[in-house]
Design a protein around this ligand. Structure first.
Ligand SMILES: [Zn+2]
Length: 478
């Protein structure tokens, strides 16, 4: 999808902040029982507010400050965030969204207030992040993370529409606005952030446009989202059909109750396995023979270190030693699994567009490749490209990593001598920049739900919680 050329601005006389919920009522399901390991909060974060553009940067700044305050940011926190340039950096987004929709956008992050003003990043210390990204301070890093919340906001707004045509238009609008903002930011000398790619069903609005409810047509106009130079209605229709007849359209129908679940599941769930035309690949029989060979190589590596009686020795086992399992002997043990249309930054977020390695594939245990490929293809067809942004990797031949606590050294040593599920290529770490060990997770419930449906266990259930980790092994061995 082509990017728009400027930050969309309001038209004279366009709507002012109202705060009234838009569309029909919709509640995401908040029943913990639909998860093996429930996220908290359980429900997908709501969106009820259409963007309501404001007319000046001064008003936009006030909107950003008010929205942060509504999310629990204190006066002192806000003042230092503002001094570091955090509020100024938010102006393009605040100008387009207005206060009420911006408040909901912050809510999608699931961050505690102290993290809204000190955003997570995947760099080793703030000084490194500032130097490598060329930014004034880490406060501005809220912007690239918030950009990626925009498609999710509109996905939820789409659940408040009556007609499939309107739902598709809403989902498209999220992608259009995210790209338009990103492109516009470059013009006002903000960094050129990497953002996730739009799903295959995302279309720009043609002129004349599709028949939509007045409020939707109005928001498309007031956000400057119509491509008035092109008359692409047939293309738009084709992309709508793709959404409508695909699993993204099926999800919308199941979630909104327009279609009943054949298994009696209620509306509002974050994922319905029955939307997948080919179902979910069967769970693997574990351990496989190649896993037993990997175990033998691991045992030899542990023995070579000798007695693990110090942190230094344990740390030897905590380093990836993939050469031991990528020799010819293991040529068929691992396979490269496609991420479908999903793209993940490699081990860092945020990143500048075009600068860092972007992952298209991951190396996994050969027997797991069909499951992992099917999972990522489903994510891409659902258009959930915005929910996974980064991966620290899959295959890593190393011991289990626990947090170093001096009084619990034995535990740390013992864990390091146990092969991690990454050692088999049966685990994947996602969005770890904002989901550090032991801290409360901020992963979207949709991601937890779909990974669980594809037989993954979530590391939040581990004795030492690991909320960025999903694997296909644990319940078989423990
Ligand atoms: Zn992991």
């Amino acid at each position: 999808m082509a990017a728009q050329s400027a930050v969309p601005g309001p038209e004279p006389g366009s709507s002012s902040p109202s705060g009234a919920a838009w569309g029909k009522d919709y509640q995401a399901n908040s029943d913990r029982r639909y998860f093996r390991t429930p996220p908290s909060p359980v429900a997908v974060s709501p969106a009820t507010q259409l963007p309501s553009p404001v007319a000046s940067d001064v008003i936009a700044k006030k909107c950003a400050e008010n929205a942060l305050a509504t999310c629990g940011v204190s006066k002192d926190q806000l003042s230092s965030f503002s001094q570091d340039g955090g509020v100024d950096a938010l102006v393009p987004i605040a100008r387009l969204f207005g206060e009420a929709a911006l408040t909901e956008l912050f809510g999608r992050l699931r961050y505690p207030p102290d993290r809204l003003v000190a955003p997570f990043h995947g760099y080793d210390g703030d000084a490194n992040a500032i130097r490598q990204l060329g930014v004034r301070s880490t406060a501005v890093l809220l912007v690239p993370r918030l950009l990626a919340c925009i498609p999710g906001h509109f996905r939820q707004l789409a659940r408040r529409t009556e007609m499939p045509e309107e739902a598709h238009a809403m989902e498209c609008l999220g992608w259009i606005l995210m790209y338009a903002l990103r492109t516009g930011m470059r013009r006002v000398k903000q960094p050129a952030w990497w953002v996730p790619p739009a799903p295959a069903f995302a279309a720009e609005y043609p002129d004349p446009g599709p028949p939509l409810a007045d409020t939707i047509s109005q928001v498309i106009r007031t956000t400057g989202s119509v491509d008035t130079t092109l008359k692409k209605f047939p293309i738009y229709r084709r992309l709508f059909s793709r959404w409508d007849s695909g699993i993204a359209g099926s999800m919308w129908r199941m979630e909104t109750g327009a279609r009943k679940s054949q298994f009696g599941f209620p509306p509002g769930l974050p994922f319905y396995p029955e939307v997948l035309p080919n179902g979910i690949p069967r769970d693997m029989k574990l351990p496989t023979p190649s896993m037993q060979r990997i175990d033998a190589v691991w045992l030899a590596r542990v023995r070579s270190v000798g007695a693990v009686d110090s942190k230094d020795k344990a740390d030897i086992l905590r380093k990836c030693g993939n050469s031991a399992v990528t020799s010819n002997e293991f040529a068929n043990a691992f396979a490269s699994a496609s991420l479908g249309g999903i793209r993940l930054t490699a081990d860092r977020f945020p990143v500048l567009d075009g600068r860092r390695q972007i992952l298209h594939r991951v190396t996994v245990l050969a027997q797991a490749a069909p499951t992992i490929t099917a999972l990522f293809e489903a994510l891409a067809a659902l258009g959930w490209n915005d929910l996974l942004l980064e991966s620290a990797g899959t295959l890593c031949f190393r011991g289990v990593k626990l947090k170093w606590i001096a009084t619990k050294a034995e535990r740390y040593y013992k864990a390091a001598q146990r092969l991690s599920t990454h050692g088999y290529g049966l685990a994947i770490d996602v969005n770890d920049f904002e989901n550090p060990k032991v801290a409360p997770p901020v992963i979207d419930p949709r991601i937890v739900a779909i990974f669980e449906a594809f037989h993954f266990d979530w590391g939040l259930s581990f004795p030492e919680t690991d909320p960025h980790h999903f694997d296909l092994v644990r319940r078989v061995f423990n």
